[in-house]
Design a protein around this ligand. Structure first.
Ligand code: MTE
Length: 353
């Protein structure tokens, strides 16, 4: 793993560790934390469900397992800061980590549907949002506070949104949110709150710093240190994205036919329609072969065989979704002061000799 920070722990794998795998092994799954990883004793841990509900609940791990059906969803998580390094090449993003392409990964999550828990609690007709709270305290927040976030009730009631206790068939590791985390497929990773202790049904989105102030896309001229709650675009559904996972950036290859592989992910309620690959800066493209996904919420791997010329070569990939939208060419048009949602064309540079 490339460790960006030890405390809080932030690390991503090299791109090649993600190549070709439907499920990412836990030890290659990126870690994104805003504070110290809490140590929670599952025996004393409880989940509280309150707010605009007919009946507040307090559930232990055993209650969750006994009272609700266990379901499994293969879903890709992607941090809003994934590929920020590409935006930093355009202009610095002070105070934010230069994540490469590895802040995304796919796992088989199992647990219970959030919708089933909300149904048991009886969400009121005035419910608009479902807020999640965790005990990890972030000093990066202003003022320092525990981590939280929310999603609209319409998404919260969808069957793919899980309260997960297992990842790839094993107990959810502590660093990934054990004993229980939210998994919101198709949405930025920030909404998949780890170490979940409280669910509150509300009329409005959560007022937590990580919902109201961070993870919002500000206009390029804004000063994030002066931006108050509610400014900018609140990030939720993921933007269409893709990347080249093999060969690695900077690889040395032989000229001639080479297999290029990567992933594509469309985000909430959209599907990947096509992936194109180019060796001439987008002057001409060939269509990659896109493999079946492991489910509607998982990335799709793609591959293409390209005839690499001698010399320094830039390989480019772009994806299209089912609405006919394509990834934009340049990160220059996407630059924003917190460095979120870089979905410009994927590029790797290789030397063929
Ligand atoms: N939940 C809590 N409690 N604290 C956090 O710092 N980080 C969020 C989300 N949930 C975070 C959290 C972000 S920004 C992302 S991208 C995902 O967790 C990362 O999940 P992972 O570390 O399991 O990959």
């Amino acid at each position: 793993m490339v460790v960006h920070e030890r405390e809080p722990f932030n690390a991503e794998p090299p791109r090649t560790a993600l190549a070709g795998l439907a499920e990412t092994p836990v030890d290659a799954f990126y870690s994104r934390n805003h504070g110290p990883v809490p140590d929670i004793d599952p025996a004393v841990w409880r989940l509280r469900v309150d707010g605009l509900v007919e009946k507040a609940l307090e559930l232990s791990s055993d209650d969750l397992r006994a009272r609700f059906d266990e379901v499994e969803v293969v879903a890709t998580l992607q941090c809003a800061g994934n590929r920020r390094a590409g935006l930093i090449e355009v202009r610095d993003v002070p105070g934010e980590t230069a994540w490469g392409p590895g802040a995304t990964a796919t796992a088989r999550w199992s647990g219970v549907r959030l919708a089933d828990v909300l149904t048991e609690a009886g969400a009121a007709p005035t419910a608009g949002h479902v807020a999640f709270a965790a005990p990890d305290v972030s000093r990066l927040a202003d003022p320092p506070q525990t981590y939280g976030g929310s999603i609209p009730i319409v998404k919260a009631l969808r069957p793919e949104v899980l309260l997960a206790w297992s990842m790839n068939g094993r107990a959810l590791p502590r660093v990934h949110g054990g004993p229980l985390r939210v998994v919101v497929p198709g949405w930025i990773g920030a909404r998949s709150v780890k170490w979940l202790t409280r669910i509150t049904v509300r009329a409005q989105p959560s007022g937590n710093y990580f919902q109201a102030t961070a993870y919002r896309m500000l206009p390029p001229e804004a000063d994030p240190s002066k931006a108050g709650p509610g400014e900018g675009i609140s990030l939720g559904p993921l933007a269409l994205n893709c990347d080249i996972l093999s060969p690695d950036d900077g690889a040395r290859l032989c000229p001639g036919p080479a297999k290029i592989t990567g992933y594509a992910l469309a985000g909430d309620d959209r599907t990947v329609a096509r992936v194109d690959v180019s060796l001439d800066a987008g002057g001409s493209w060939i269509q990659a072969e896109v493999a079946e996904a492991a489910g509607p919420w998982a990335w799709q791997h793609w591959s293409a065989t390209l005839d690499l010329p001698v010399g320094d070569v830039q390989i480019i990939a772009r994806a299209w979704d089912c609405t006919g939208a394509a990834m934009p060419e340049s990160p220059a048009h996407l630059w924003n002061p917190k460095g979120y949602a870089n979905n410009s064309w994927a590029r790797v540079r290789v030397r063929c000799a």
